[in-house]
Ligand binder design. Structure first.
Ligand code: G1P
Ligand code: ZN
Length: 544
């Protein structure tokens, strides 16, 4: 087979963000753009030479083209075995599972997560290391450094590989294994959860569930696990066929985009349990009848109930949450007498804590939770965790959560996103806020007394590395909190996220609407940052 060296030019905009390199499809289609980034991965990661690499994606537009490019370049860069998901599909958690199970040296996941797909949409590429997790910052920075000098790339001259036929192919010295994307992951789930008990729940006939795969990658996983293996009736999984443009939708499992299951879990005829996952299958939304479980609460409930679940019967070692995630789980950790770590936003910061055995469960307010079973957040895992819990406790979702609040108090939570604002305006807003931080402690803002105000910095307790400027935190004496940070995953302009949290121990006030409780704090947050004046926005684009 002929190996070809093509000349290209370095790109200066390939620095991976919160979760890999994410750009518009049309940016990735610029000649040599993807190739340049891939060559930077191969050059900076010598462990891949002679090793095994796992490749798959969420099935979005350009997934198949990108995989053919990876196959040709992997063959020319000395990869010995390339494991590819059939149809080019692998959910992010399944990729992590497969990297670990087959002791691969790394993995490439093609996804822009919950961002829209299609020719006008987004595309992304993430590199995961041998532990199955997202490459830590030291590696993403090294890859970035390489992207700025790479001026040629290696590939082989070959026909495309048919991605739809399982089995082994040879390409020169490299063996390509096209594997079922679901089987290994489903097996892992059956080890963690009590499938027999969940089957009984469905067989009883009184329990109804819906899972919205949002025309993204979890469709085949959910059909197989929920319907085929757990006996949920056909029709439980909706939008289960992966589509290149996600059916024109926005594969983000929140109250706005997963509206179909919101509607069908509302009212007396609503289903008992509904859930959704995102483009690449690592996010989840959990709903009961007439009840939305905030991701922060979901993590806290999971931590408090883990001992009831087969795979966590021995108890959990510790927990971690990203900084903007509500402090609900902290209270559970305190009660259990285990450590609770606060990390910067992004799953990569959980990696060392998981590897080092310091934590068992972790999560983010952005609809992500996971455990030490893989090194990624895992949407279907969270859904199965809840299903298993419902099967054990035989209570409704609402009962389980309100009982939790009764024990621990309630952390009301909301997030305001201001999308596609001008990058420069966003930077100025953050800089001006930063300038004000030293003067805030001790001040009273509309009756909320500021206890601390800082720009979050994190020192990893395992490797000692430090990450600075991870978001502005303003904590109040009454336990409430405002956090401001700029998104690291957007592809257009800047996105300002404002996270708000208020703690309420009083049982009588738990029934209040979140919007009502948060009202005063929202006013404080918008005024303090001068959001209207600096961004021109009167209202956020999305409220979750
Ligand atoms: C967002 C979420 C973050 C998550 C990331 C990848 O990043 O806020 O929690 O880890 O997507 O799914 P952001 O856009 O805020 O940088
Ligand atoms: Zn995702």
């Amino acid at each position: 087979m002929k190996s070809i060296l093509s000349s290209s030019q370095p790109f200066n905009d390939q620095r991976p963000g919160t979760s890999g390199l994410r750009k518009k499809v049309r940016d990735f289609q610029v000649p040599h753009y993807l190739e340049n980034f891939l060559q930077a991965i191969f050059d900076s990661q010598p462990v891949l030479r002679g090793g095994t690499l796992v490749v798959g994606g969420d099935g979005r537009y350009y997934n198949r083209d990108a995989i053919q490019i990876i196959i040709r370049m992997a063959a020319a860069n000395g990869i010995s075995t390339l494991i590819v998901g059939l149809g080019g599909l692998l959910s992010t958690p399944a990729a992590s599972c497969i990297i670990r199970k087959y002791q691969a040296n790394g993995g490439i996941i093609l996804s822009a997560s919950h961002n829209p797909g299609g020719p006008e949409g987004d595309f992304g590429i993430k590199y995961n290391t041998a532990n199955g997790g997202p490459a830590p910052e030291a590696i993403t920075e090294l890859i970035y450094a390489y992207t700025r000098t790479v001026d040629c790339y290696r590939s082989v001259d070959s026909d495309s590989i048919n991605l739809d036929i399982a089995g082994e192919h040879r390409l020169g010295e490299m063996c390509i294994k096209l594997i079922d994307p679901v089987a290994d992951y489903a097996e892992l789930m059956s080890e963690l959860f009590d499938f027999k008990l969940i089957r009984k729940l469905f067989a009883g006939g009184n329990f109804r569930m819906l899972f919205d795969a949002m025309h993204a990658v979890t469709g085949p996983y959910a059909h197989q696990i929920l319907e085929a293996q757990l006996g949920a009736p056909a029709g439980t999984v909706i939008n289960g066929k992966p589509k290149e443009d996600f059916g024109g939708g926005h594969p983000d499992p929140n109250l706005v985009h997963a509206h179909e299951i919101v509607a069908r879990s509302t009212g007396v005829d609503g289903v008992d349990f509904a859930a959704a996952s995102d483009g690449d299958g690592d996010r989840n939304m959990i709903l009961g009848r007439d009840f939305f479980v905030t991701p922060s609460d979901s993590l806290a409930v999971m931590a408090a109930n883990a001992h009831l679940i087969k795979g966590y019967r021995e108890g959990i070692r510790g927990v971690a949450r990203s900084m903007p995630t509500s402090q609900a789980v902290d209270r559970v950790a305190e009660h259990l007498g285990i450590s609770c770590y606060e990390t910067p936003t992004g799953w990569k910061f959980f990696g060392n804590l998981l590897d080092d055995g310091r934590i068992t469960l972790c999560g983010e307010e952005s609809f992500g939770s996971g455990s030490d079973h893989v090194q990624e957040k895992d949407g279907l895992w969270a859904v199965l965790f809840w299903l298993n819990l419902l099967a054990v406790r035989r209570q409704s979702v609402a009962e389980i959560v309100t009982e939790h609040w009764r024990t621990y108090g309630r952390n009301f939570y909301t997030r305001y996103d201001y999308e596609e604002i001008e990058s420069e305006a966003a930077e100025i807003l953050m800089d001006r806020l930063r300038d004000r931080l030293p003067n805030l402690p001790g001040k009273s803002l509309r009756g909320h007394k500021v206890e601390y105000a800082d720009d979050f910095s994190y020192t990893d307790p395992v490797d000692g590395s430090t990450s600075e400027k991870q978001g502005i935190r303003i904590g109040f004496k009454d336990g409430s909190r405002i956090v401001y940070r700029l998104s690291g995953t957007g592809t257009q302009g800047a996105t300002l996220r404002v996270y708000l949290e208020a703690y309420e121990a009083d049982l009588a006030k738990h029934k209040k609407e979140t919007a009502e409780v948060m009202g005063p704090l929202i006013k404080v947050a918008t005024k303090l940052a001068k959001i209207k004046a600096r961004t021109g926005r009167r209202a956020p684009t999305v409220i979750t």
